[in-house]
Every structure is written in C-alpha cells, then in structure tokens.
Ligand binder design. Structure first.
Ligand SMILES: N[C@@H](CCC(=O)N[C@@H](CS)C(=O)NCC(=O)O)C(=O)O
Length: 263
C-alpha cells in the first residue's frame, strides 16, 4: 500500500492527501516525529522534509513531484492537464506553494499569538495538561519573542497580502467552478491545502482539535468578503477529500509540539 510520510498539519502533506483522495487511492499515513523522525526521512529520500511518498520500491519527496508521479503511475483522474492549461496549473501551484503559503504561515503565527487557546490546541494530545495551560497563558510577546519582526509579523502587511490573495481567488471563482476551468486540477488542491493556516477546515478531514476547526486568522477567516472562496473550499472538501484515516504514530513520539517550518 502507498505510504505517506507526513506531519498531520503540514499544508504540503494536505495537498498530497487531497490528490490521493481525489484519485481514490488507498494509502497509509505515517506521522513523522519532528527532528528525530526526519532522520529516517533523510535516509529514505535524501532530504529531510515531508511529505514523502513510498509506493512499492519508489520513494518520492516534494508535493509537486509526488503529484507528477501519481499522475504518471495512476493516470485515471489526472490532476495535471496537458497543453496550455498545464502551464496555467503549474504557475498557480507554484504561486500557492511559495507566495500564498508563506502569507498563510505568517497568518497561523498571528492566530497563535492572538489566541492562547488556539496555541495550546495545536500542541499534540500527548502534551501534559499543565504544559498546555502554561503555553496557553503566555502573553503574545513572550511566545514569539524576537521571531515576529524578522519574518514581517510586526506589521500587518501580510494580512493585507492575504486579503488581496483571497480577493483575486474570489474573482476567478465567481466566474468558474475551479481555479483553471471546469475541472479540478492540482491548482485547486494546492490552493485549498495551502489555505489551511488561514482557516482550518471544519469536518473530520484533518486530525486537529475541534476547537481549531473553522478557526483562523482573526478578521480574515470570519470575513464574509471571502465567502466565495470558503464556499468553494468547503465544496472541494466534501466532494473529493475523504474523512480522516488513522495515522500510524511513530513509536518515539515524545509528545513534543508539532513542528511548523517557517522559512
Ligand atoms: N517544497 C516542499 C516543501 C515541504 C515542506 O516545507 N515541508 C515542511 C513541513 S510543511 C517540513 O518538512 N519542514 C521540516 C523541515 O524543514 O525540517 C513540498 O512541496 O513538499
């Protein structure tokens, strides 16, 4: 069976889960322990990041390479079209991965600084309650320390960027059902997955606490201006994403906080 080495709350892993579900492929999720578990990922794939897909003897790292591999090996329901449309899909995918996704990651950090319960909810279930409540009670400034300023969190610029990104996406989606036309493609699955940190989806798709589902960046996740986008994403989830399958937990899971890479 296909194995997906992942972090449950990695948006790149979510992109791959979307594609696997869309194609109707069975797979097993293998949750990687940040740092120590990445040694195995490195030994297997020659690099340390997730997602990594293992299929028979083939190992593929990087969500875009995985999408291309899956289309080659399982050609039913392709997510990457041919011809001119292929170019449009890949450009939008790269934009989602690099620009939209970066703004969304900054958004997650803001949600965590501004909402203590959000912050402690994203710690894994194995974290002792006392530690959770201590982390939850830290004031915003202490939690991020000096991290905020170098990545641009001290200004609200990235919030403006997210607003602008969502309004562009709404313009497209108000005229067609999917981002590049009448059929879902990799562009849709990438944008939907990378928007996870702006607002976590409701429903039983991602293994996060109930208190986090439907929550996200204050002033954006709950802003009706972007309703077209969230309605499109909800439909993409209900039409194509399977509800959560069990995750194989690593034996060395020490209950440390889930690592979120902020490049
Ligand atoms: N370009 C890669 C990006 C993957 C990536 O950034 N993965 C993050 C998790 S979301 C990661 O593994 N971070 C841990 C690290 O860099 O050590 C892809 O599309 O798969």
């Amino acid at each position: 069976m296909i194995e997906l080495y992942q972090f449950e709350i990695s948006s790149y892993a979510e992109k791959v889960r979307f594609i696997l579900d869309y194609k109707g492929l069975e797979y097993k999720k293998v949750e990687v322990t940040p740092a120590i578990g990445q040694v195995e990922v490195f030994q297997m794939s020659g690099q340390r990041q997730v997602p990594v897909l293992k299929d028979d003897g083939t190992v593929v790292a990087d969500s875009t390479a995985i999408a291309e591999y899956l289309d080659r090996k399982y050609s039913d329901k392709p997510v990457i079209p041919h011809g001119k449309l292929r170019g449009q899909v890949m450009i939008m995918e790269q934009w989602a991965d690099e620009i939209f996704g970066m703004n969304a990651r900054k958004g997650l950090l803001t949600s965590m600084t501004q909402n203590p319960s959000f912050r402690s909810a994203l710690l894994p279930s194995a974290t002792p309650d006392m530690l959770k409540s201590w982390v939850g009670s830290l004031p915003s400034f202490d939690f991020l320390g000096n991290l905020g300023s170098p990545i641009g969190l001290s200004t609200d610029k990235f919030k403006d960027d997210i607003r602008q990104n969502l309004s562009w996406l709404c313009s497209i989606l108000s005229e067609q059902p999917y981002l590049t036309g009448d059929q879902p493609t990799l562009a849709d699955f990438s944008v939907a997955a990378l928007s996870m940190y702006i607002k976590f989806p409701t429903g039983n798709y991602i293994d996060v606490p109930e208190s986090v589902k439907g929550q996200g960046v204050p002033g954006i996740a709950d802003n009706e201006l972007y309703e077209t986008f969230w309605t499109w994403r909800d439909k993409l989830y209900s039409d194509f994403r399977q509800t959560s399958i069990p995750t194989a937990r690593p034996s060395a899971d020490s209950g440390r906080p889930t690592s979120i890479s902020i490049d």
